[in-house]
Design a protein around this ligand. Structure first.
Ligand code: F6P
Length: 324
């Protein structure tokens, strides 16, 4: 008999609930006791725990957000905070912890594993910037939400002969911007690390789109880009009021995080949740379960912590070709 705790941490992502459900059901199926930690690492430090049975995870696979609650927890970055977290685990005789979350959360998981906690990570963030999983839970749904917004903006842009700057989330990674740009048929994509972007050249490109007879133009901008949505919009208003198109700005923000998970995220979360329990049963620990070549694989948390997955350059090239 094992006692296994599960928590969700960092920015919520559609599919987190499906992952909690899979972890709990897979653990219960082995006869283990399952425990939920409320509000991520904040709850772990504050000793906020609750037993989880089949009924507690019933009817949640389709729900966005996380029934366990989530948080960002600066205290876990301190030795004292981690000691309190470990105290909670030992007070409840918890043998292992499953951490569902993104970069910061898995770095925290790694630190705990270095202090002797048996931890398994599950990659879940809309940013898709986690080393160890080619797709993380929530990315696909967040992308589809961004895409729906982009499609709608295109319609109104066409009616009014306007250009839209659409800023999407994704931190310093830019994955959402890149893929939403390609799949949304954007006229331009602005990515983080694009320090050399010349806003005047971009303005010229948009003007050419207008001259070619396009009825709208769409620029998808990553929130982490040097030329983020606000900066770019105000530069255009100041220096390029002659684009042909009237320019508008939409910042999608947290709308991208709140959706009901699509089939891809529900399946990924279910697979990764069950895999986390399988790894624990096989006496593994200190790894992140993620997707590699379509298969569920484990990567040492040491290789995941503190790193960011780079963008696929072939997709960057594709975005440039298709933006013409
Ligand atoms: O990491 C997920 C994410 O949504 C990022 O894309 C975004 O920059 C950040 O979280 C926003 O964080 P918060 O919800 O804490 O403001």
């Amino acid at each position: 008999m094992k006692r296994v705790a599960v928590l969700t941490s960092g920015g919520d992502a559609p599919g987190m609930n499906a992952a909690v459900r899979a972890v709990v059901k897979a653990g219960l199926a082995r006869g283990w006791q399952m425990i939920g930690i409320m509000q991520g690492y904040v709850g772990l430090i504050a000793n906020d725990v609750t037993p989880l049975g089949y009924r507690d995870v019933g009817g949640i696979i389709q729900q966005g957000g996380t029934i366990l609650g989530s948080s960002r927890c600066p205290e876990l970055r301190t030795e004292a905070g981690r000691q309190k977290a470990i105290q909670t685990l030992s007070q409840h005789s918890i043998d292992a912890l499953v951490v569902i979350g993104g970069n910061g959360s898995q770095t925290g998981a790694y630190e705990l594993s270095r202090m002797g906690v048996r931890v398994i990570g599950i990659g879940s963030t809309i940013d898709n910037d986690l080393v160890g999983s080619e797709m993380t839970i929530g990315v696909d749904t967040a992308l589809n939400i961004a895409l729906e917004a982009i499609d709608r903006l295109k319609v109104t842009a066409s009616s009014h002969h306007r250009a839209f700057i659409v800023e999407v989330m994704g931190r310093e990674c830019g994955y959402i911007a890149l893929v939403a740009g390609i799949t949304g048929g954007a006229e331009a994509v602005v990515l983080p690390g694009d320090g050399s972007l010349d806003p005047d050249a971009l303005a010229l490109h948009l003007h050419e789109c207008y001259s070619l007879g396009k009825r709208h133009a769409l620029v998808v901008v990553a929130e982490g880009a040097h030329w983020n949505g606000r900066k770019l919009a105000s530069y255009f208003h100041e220096h390029h009021s002659d684009l042909g198109f009237e320019m508008r700005l939409t910042i999608l923000g947290h709308v991208q995080r709140g959706g009901s998970p699509g089939a891809f995220d529900r399946l990924l979360a279910s697979r990764l949740g069950a895999a986390a329990i399988e790894r624990l049963a096989a006496d593994e620990q200190g790894v992140l379960v993620g997707l590699a070549g379509g298969r569920v694989e484990a990567t040492p948390l040491a290789d995941v912590a503190g790193r960011t997955k780079p963008l696929d350059l072939s997709l960057v090239e594709l975005a440039e070709i298709l933006a013409k």
